[in-house]
Unconditional design. Structure first.
Length: 306
């Protein structure tokens, strides 16, 4: 297959998974509770307002690569995106990054109010675990009890002290400081990388790969692609345009946050993104043809412009 044809096939796969997760998320956010109308509106506004959907795409790509039915992947794919949306709502709050723009629209606390935004994030976190824990009634849609317990544990770890929340705490403490290479990598592996790695792991678990020889390789792939993604995100904060990336250009620099370009310089940051992409690709060696789409996605993550 030519490179152009391969890129086109990957783009088609990504778009198909994006459309699928939109339908799943819309269904999961279809509450008609009249007592919490404004809260439900804020949740839908924040989740269904666009986005790359990288995390659910990783769940789908990993799972389908190893023959997991799509119905079995819907719950973990929705769970990781609901968690991601909750994290963005809270990141944008005045007490955190104080950002007024998200995905090209006013942040949740600007479109609604700060209290509603906090509650929307809290409710999305709870909904993520509810979706992941619930049993699917459709044929082929239900994972085993053991698989779901393992997924719940992995997702919980990815967003706790050892993952997203811990990374965000380190990020807040680092404002105005100069971090060395090891410290900034440690921060980003927690803050961003942990949930991306978890997305790969959830897809692998749904495919029945845990425990098994392929599972550690996919864990390593997820860890490295997560870091490569964050490095590219840091680069785009410098080089991207607000109208394209959907958030304020230079927001991290304005807050005095240590980023890969600020610590290493722009070219060195680009080199590091490629280095970690290559480590992700190396982790897939030996998995054969099923890992082809994941390899292509690794290139997409580093080459993306938004």
């Amino acid at each position: 297959m030519s490179c152009a044809a391969s890129d086109s096939a990957l783009a088609a796969s990504i778009e198909g998974y994006r459309q699928r997760i939109e339908r799943v998320l819309d269904h999961e956010l279809s509450s008609n509770d009249p007592a919490t109308t404004r809260l439900c509106q804020a949740m839908r506004y924040s989740v269904l307002g666009g986005g790359k959907r990288l995390r659910p795409v990783l769940v789908y790509l990993t799972g389908t690569a190893f023959a997991a039915p799509l119905l079995r992947l819907d719950a973990p794919a929705a769970a990781v995106e609901l968690i991601h949306a909750y994290s963005l709502i809270h990141d944008d709050l005045p007490a955190m990054d104080d950002d007024d723009l998200r995905r090209g629209r006013p942040s949740c606390h600007r479109a609604f109010d700060e209290g509603t935004a906090i509650l929307a994030g809290d409710a999305l976190q709870g909904l993520a675990f509810e979706v992941l824990a619930q049993s699917r009634q459709l044929p082929g849609g239900d994972s085993s009890a053991e698989q779901r317990v393992l997924m719940l544990a992995i997702l919980a770890r990815a967003i706790g002290i050892q993952g997203m929340a811990g990374g965000q705490a380190i990020d807040l403490e680092a404002i105005g400081m100069t971090l060395n290479a090891a410290a900034i990598e440690h921060m980003h592996r927690r803050k961003t990388g942990a949930l991306i790695q978890a997305s790969v792991e959830l897809g692998a678990i749904a495919a029945g790969l845990a425990p098994g020889p392929a599972y550690p390789a996919l864990q390593a792939f997820g860890a490295e692609i997560g870091l490569a993604f964050q490095i590219q995100d840091d680069i785009l904060d410098v080089t991207g345009e607000t109208s394209v990336i959907g958030k304020r250009k230079g927001a991290d620099a304005a807050l005095g946050k240590p980023t890969y370009p600020s610590v290493f310089g722009l070219q060195a940051a680009r080199d590091l993104a490629v280095q970690h992409r290559d480590l992700a690709l190396a982790a897939l060696e030996g998995l054969g043809a099923p890992a082809l789409r994941l390899s292509e996605l690794a290139h997409y993550v580093v080459d993306r412009a938004l």
